[in-house]
Design a protein. Structure first.
Lengths: 146, 146
DNA sequence: TATTGTTATACTCTATAACTATA
DNA sequence: TATAGTTATAGAGTATAACAATA
C-alpha cells in the first residue's frame, strides 16, 4: 500500500501532499512584484533557459500544458522582449522560440525579487529541513514530469 | 545565506521549490473526476473537517484567501449540500459554517478517487522517498501557514 | 465608526473545440 | 489526410473596490 498503515482518521500522504501543494502554490502566486510577468510566464522562461530553443509544441510538452495555453504565454514573453521566435528551418508550420539576452537578465534579477517571501521562509528553517526540501524537490519534480 | 553556496548557474532552492510546486499543482488540478466539486472547494472542506465549524472569515484566514473568494467557495459547498450555514449565536454579521454528514462522506470517497493519479505516482517511489515526502509535507505546510 | 460579509468586476490560468497553414 | 499552431470561448481561481448590515 503506497501510503502504508496509519491511524484511523489520519489523512493519506497523497491527501496531505495535495493540500500542501495547493496551499503553497496559492501563497507563491500571491507574491507579486511590480513586474507584469506572471508566474506561469516565469516558469516557461525557466524551461527555455534550461532546455535551449524549443518549438511551441515542445515547450507546451515540457510545461505540461496544452498548446493553446502555451500560445498565450509565448505571446506575452515576446511582448515583453524576453523571448523571440524565428521560423523553423525546415517546417513552415513550426517556429523556434528562444530566450533573449534580456530574458536571461530578467530571469536572474526577477527570480531573486520574486522569491523574497519564499527565501525568508526558507531562512527560518533549520539546515536539516532545507536539506530535506532539497531532496524532496527532486522527488516532486520527477512526479510532476510524468 | 538561506540557499547556501552553490555552483554558478545552478538554481536556488527557492527557485526549484517554486517551480516544482507550480508544476505539481498544475498536474493535480488537471486530474478531474465526474464531480463538479473543485479542488479549491475540496481544500476548504478539508479545513472544515479538520477545524470544526468556522465563520466565513475564519475559513478564509485558514485557507489564506480573501473573504470574497471564500464567499463563493462556501456558496458552492452549500449548493452541493456538503456544508451548511447557521446564524452566529451572538453576532448577526457572522455565520457558522459546518461540514455536513454528506460532506464528510463525500470527502472520504472523493479524496480517494481524486488521488488515484497521485497515489500511482507515490507508489512508484521507494519507501525512503515516501518517508522523505512525509517529512517534507510538514515543512511545506508550516511555510504555507505563515 | 469599525467589523463582517457580500456583490460587482476584472485578470490569470487553463482547457476544449474549431480553424488555418503547411507537410 | 495528418500535424503544428492559433483563435475563440468558457470555467476555475483569485483579487480589489464598493456596498450592506450589524456591532
Amino acid at each position: 500500500m503506497a501510503e502504508g498503515v496509519r491511524p484511523e482518521g489520519e489523512q493519506s500522504l497523497a491527501s496531505r501532499l495535495r493540500l500542501a501543494v495547493v496551499r503553497l502554490n496559492r501563497r507563491l502566486r500571491a507574491q507579486r512584484t511590480d513586474s507584469s510577468v506572471t508566474l506561469t510566464q516565469m516558469s516557461a522562461l525557466s524551461s527555455l533557459k534550461k532546455s535551449g530553443p524549443l518549438t511551441p509544441g515542445e515547450l507546451a510538452a515540457k510545461e505540461r500544458v496544452q498548446p493553446p495555453s502555451m500560445t498565450r504565454v509565448i505571446a506575452a514573453l515576446e511582448d515583453h522582449g524576453l523571448a523571440s521566435r524565428a521560423p523553423h528551418p525546415s517546417d513552415g508550420r513550426q517556429a523556434i522560440v528562444t530566450i533573449t539576452d534580456e530574458g536571461l537578465r530578467y530571469l536572474a534579477a526577477e527570480a531573486a525579487a520574486r522569491e523574497r517571501w519564499l527565501d525568508r521562509r526558507l531562512a527560518e528553517l533549520t539546515d536539516g529541513e532545507r536539506e530535506l526540501l532539497e531532496r524532496a524537490v527532486e522527488v516532486i519534480d520527477r512526479m510532476a514530469e510524468d
